[in-house]
Design a protein around this ligand. Structure first.
Ligand code: ADP
Ligand code: MG
Length: 393
């Protein structure tokens, strides 16, 4: 479904469900990390893009006594009093994302009261495209349209509010800003360069007629992904930074390649490898943003390949399934680069390609992957897409 079709589906579903027309829609995309793997919590740099898969929530002020939420996803309808909210449990947990946004808006003084909402989404489940950020930011856009708020003038402030909602008492997930930022600030035809320390950012051109993005999902999740590989890497990065910089709150962001080469000799070899990945990955993200500003997609592709190799050798968060997709894609004409995207040990590869080769690329990936692993990967095509918006109907 296109963005417009999802918006229209949310509008129609609201009407069918509540018997009245909605007065506004909030819509927000998922996102993909193009470069900068595990750099965010090291306060480094990330290159990301909003994708063509979106969540839309249609809404209207409620004529009835409570707030009513429904979704076309497989979750039940939830009803509550917005002036006395409690954390939802069990199957109702999905409503916590919306309660979190209501709570944060109320804290900033926006008088969010009762409303009805209906959620429709094209962000595929479990694909690593951040459906939670899409739901949060779409809700923030809907509610700041129903209760106009100056906050809505700043996509970055909306992203920060959505992050607080995901971190806060309703959802309680200790996530960084990256997902909400990408969803709120996306610009069609552009990638986004984010400094995860200062939150300064800029858009860099990634035009859809020159660069297609293919997300190839292995649909596998290895034990390390589920069993704490992510938090283990997080801990190793902090430990390496402390030892290299001699400060308790040190981050690998402040380690230069020169410092790593001179002081890294004393580090435990595993910590040195982890630091090596992050330090050079940050440098690659900066180089890639500059390359996109020059329109040099071939250079970005080279940096993506180096990133993947670094994940494999130094960060050790790739796996055979992702490696195969990267290897097959990289060998094809018209492919600029390919790499692991997301936490690792399964999940997806992201492939940057000339749009004219998409059919050949999809066929080659499906054939090689199916031959080796006995099932097809899920292939999602996208371009660098527009971020969230609130639409008054
Ligand atoms: P992701 O990597 O996709 O962000 P999360 O676990 O962070 O995965 O968020 C997924 C959760 O977000 C779902 O379990 C559900 O609670 C909520 N969610 C996402 N999309 C929808 C939707 N369309 N309708 C209702 N809830 C949704
Ligand atoms: Mg999420």
């Amino acid at each position: 479904m296109t963005r417009e079709q999802v918006i229209e589906a949310a509008r129609a579903a609201f009407l069918a469900h509540y018997g009245v027309a909605p007065t506004a829609v909030g819509v927000a995309p998922g996102r993909v990390e193009l470069l900068g793997n595990h750099t965010d919590y090291n306060e480094g740099f990330v290159l990301t893009a909003a994708v063509d898969y979106v969540t839309a929530i249609a809404g209207a002020h409620s004529e009835r006594p409570l707030t009513y939420l429904a979704t076309s996803a497989d979750f039940p309808e939830v009803t509550f009093d917005p002036s006395a909210m409690e954390k939802s449990t069990g199957e109702d947990r999905w409503a916590n994302y919306i309660k979190g946004i209501i709570d944060e808006l109320q804290k900033t003084g926006t008088p969010v009261g009762k409303f009805a909402g209906f959620v429709v989404s094209s962000v595929p489940d479990g694909s690593g495209l951040s459906s939670s950020a899409a739901l949060l930011v779409a809700t923030a856009r809907l509610l700041t349209t129903l209760w106009p708020d100056p906050l809505a003038d700043s996509p970055m402030e909306l992203a920060k509010l959505a992050r607080r909602a995901e971190n806060g008492r309703f959802v309680g997930a200790p996530v960084g800003l990256l997902d909400q930022f990408s969803s709120a600030c996306g610009l069609a035809g552009n990638a986004l360069f984010l400094d995860c320390r200062s939150f300064a950012w800029r858009a860099v051109p990634l035009p859809s007629d020159k660069a297609g993005i293919l997300i190839a999902n292995t649909n596998v999740k290895h034990e390390l992904a589920a069993g704490g590989g992510y938090s283990e890497r997080h801990g190793q990065c902090l430990q390496a930074a402390r030892q290299l910089l001699g400060r308790g709150d040190a981050k690998l962001r402040d380690v230069t390649p020169a410092l790593l080469e001179s002081k890294g000799i004393g580090l435990n070899p595993v910590l040195k490898q982890r630091a090596h990945h992050i330090v050079y990955e940050n440098a690659r993200v900066e180089k890639a943003a500059e390359a996109l500003e020059r329109g040099d997609l071939a250079e970005v592709g080279k940096l993506m390949k180096q990133s993947h190799e670094s994940c494999r050798r130094y960060f050790e968060n790739s796996c055979d399934e992702v490696d195969l997709l990267v290897e097959v894609a990289s060998a094809l004409p018209g492919v600029y680069g390919a790499k692991l995207t997301g936490g690792g040990w399964g999940g997806s590869a992201v492939i940057l390609h000339d749009p004219t080769v998409i059919e050949n690329l999809k066929a080659a990936l499906t054939e090689s992957y199916t031959t080796k692993f006995g099932k097809a990967p899920t292939l999602l095509t996208t371009t660098a897409a527009q971020g969230a918006e609130g639409i008054a109907l």
